[in-house]
Design a protein around this ligand. Structure first.
Ligand code: PBG
Length: 337
């Protein structure tokens, strides 16, 4: 076939820059290296325990000793930041989540053990009540209402506890108003000025957290006077401008990093926050986002490494500097091989 003589021929041809792998690599705009990834770790009590999480193929709940082994593997592959989620024994869960304030709890014990084994790694702790709450909420509940300021008091004390155990970064995931300012004040008063706050700035009331709540058995319980969902504190998925209000407050209150969660369904929010602040932006590629690619790949419907890589690079392209993902080790392996 030859091109018609009568049709105008383009002078600019973007395809020139796609001609070979070498050229494509030269003009590639986004490079996602494993050192921008954070690996979430689910911790259980005991020794030498490893329990697979059904809805998160490839991820397990592990006792602290095995978690150390997993961290070692990750560090060797260039993933050096971890966020910890404790699966608390049901007998220790109470309506006031008081186990969260026990300096010997699973979180503090895990932070101490990981930092002792790998002083150079970055340990991030999740600051919220849900793992310790018998009703499955991130805040204290009274007469069917989530109490804001009373919860913030507990969160501030929790963050000092985590800092004392050795956490490098504390990450409030609860969405109470004013918690970043209260945590900053408490940390500074306790002599923990160097400890950073990564705020879950725009955390949406998302259905994509399902597998995570299964992993920690932390879903809101079905009981009288207990809200069935988290919609009075997590954001409405339909809202974008509201993320700017949250960002403004977190910046004023002293946050060091702003996070958007989930990631892929909220790329517009990542891009907006990126352009509105000079602070680093993080995004949480959550359990449901991970599970859907894994599940489709298990059925042979999607190419796992290609789809996961495309998803993670898209999150980085949208403007995230840091990505929390359960696929951190897989990604590190794929980029190395
Ligand atoms: C709770 C918390 C949740 C996640 C991180 N911290 C769940 C929730 O808000 O119910 C979800 C992470 C994921 O789905 O991967 N403070």
């Amino acid at each position: 076939m030859s091109a018609s003589e009568d049709l105008p021929r383009p002078v600019r041809r973007p395809r020139r820059m796609r001609r070979s792998d070498t050229i494509r690599r030269m003009v590639r705009e986004t490079r996602l290296t494993p050192d921008r990834l954070v690996l979430p770790q689910f911790i259980i009590g005991g020794l030498n325990k490893c329990e697979p999480i059904a809805a998160m193929p490839g991820r397990n709940r592990m006792s602290i000793d095995l978690t150390i082994g997993e961290c070692e593997k990750a560090m060797a592959m260039g993933v050096r930041a971890f966020v910890l989620f404790p699966a608390i024994d049901p007998s220790l869960k109470t309506p006031d989540a008081r186990e969260g304030l026990n300096p010997e709890n699973l979180t503090c014990e895990a932070v101490r053990a990981i930092k002792e084994a790998f002083p150079e790694c970055c340990v991030i702790t999740d600051v919220a009540l849900d793992p310790y709450s018998s009703v499955g909420h991130d805040g204290l509940v009274e007469n069917g209402v989530i109490l804001n300021d009373e919860t913030v008091d507990v969160l501030a004390r929790m963050s000092v506890l985590h800092a004392r155990a050795g956490a490098d970064i504390v990450a409030p995931s609860d969405m109470m108003d004013g918690r970043v300012g209260a945590m900053r004040a408490a940390l500074d008063a306790g002599g923990f000025e160097p400890v950073s706050i990564l705020s879950y700035t725009a955390k949406y009331a998302s259905a994509f957290y399902g597998p995570f709540r299964e992993a920690l058995d932390s879903a809101p319980v079905d009981a009288p006077n207990i809200p069935r969902d988290k919609k009075t504190y997590q954001m409405d998925p339909a809202n974008a401008r509201e993320a700017l209000i949250e960002a403004e407050l977190d910046i004023e209150e002293g946050a060091d990093i702003l996070m958007v969660k989930p990631a892929l369904p909220y790329l517009d929010i990542i891009t907006t926050l990126r352009s509105e602040t000079t602070l680093p932006i993080a995004a949480y590629h959550v359990s449901g986002e991970y599970a859907m690619i894994k599940a489709a790949a298990e059925r042979g419907w999607l190419d796992e490494s290609a789809c996961m890589t495309e998803a993670l690079v898209a999150i980085a392209r949208a403007g995230a500097d840091i990505i929390f993902t359960y696929a951190a080790l897989d990604y590190a392996r794929w980029t190395r091989d």
